[in-house]
Design a protein around this ligand. Structure first.
Ligand code: HEM
Length: 117
């Protein structure tokens, strides 16, 4: 179970890297769209690994027991990110603020993960 938790955490951190990488690529290649697929893949990976981690942490209890309010905030922020991505991916052109706003929300969730103890 502990190994599963570490694998999920590893993938969760790779998902964060994928989202931040998608931002850098988007800024360089197509700041006004279309939005690259990396955003969708990264945010879905965060959703799956985050929910999986929450379940495993719950089962393990102890020092890894999740704070439900923290998880709820992270889930809501991620759903906003996903909603924005789904709407943006339907369009060929985007306002220039979309990818910085997405990256800001991703960084917000990383901050919540680390500083909410
Ligand atoms: C863009 C979205 C997200 C980002 C950038 C993100 C970022 C992070 C980071 C950096 C960590 C490592 C923290 C540490 O080990 O100190 C972490 C851990 C974790 N994340 Fe996420 N996360 C996201 C979405 C989610 C979602 C949607 C959930 C589930 C509702 C979730 C659940 C967890 C859990 C359970 C942990 C391990 C325990 C903890 O640190 O609270 N994450 N996340």
């Amino acid at each position: 179970m502990e190994f599963l938790r570490l694998v999920l955490l590893f993938l969760h951190l790779l998902g964060l890297g994928l989202l931040l990488g998608s931002f850098l690529v988007q800024r360089r290649v197509a700041p006004t769209g279309p939005l690259s697929a990396g955003w969708l893949h990264g945010s879905l990976l965060q959703l799956l690994t985050g929910v999986g981690l929450a379940g495993v942490d719950q089962a393990l209890g102890g020092e890894h027991a999740p704070d439900n309010a923290k998880l709820a905030v992270k889930l809501v922020v991620l759903l906003v990110i996903l909603g924005l991505i789904v709407v943006a991916r339907r369009r060929d052109t985007l306002p220039a603020w979309v990818s910085p706003a997405l990256a800001g929300l991703v960084v917000l969730n990383a901050g919540v993960a680390v500083f909410w103890t």
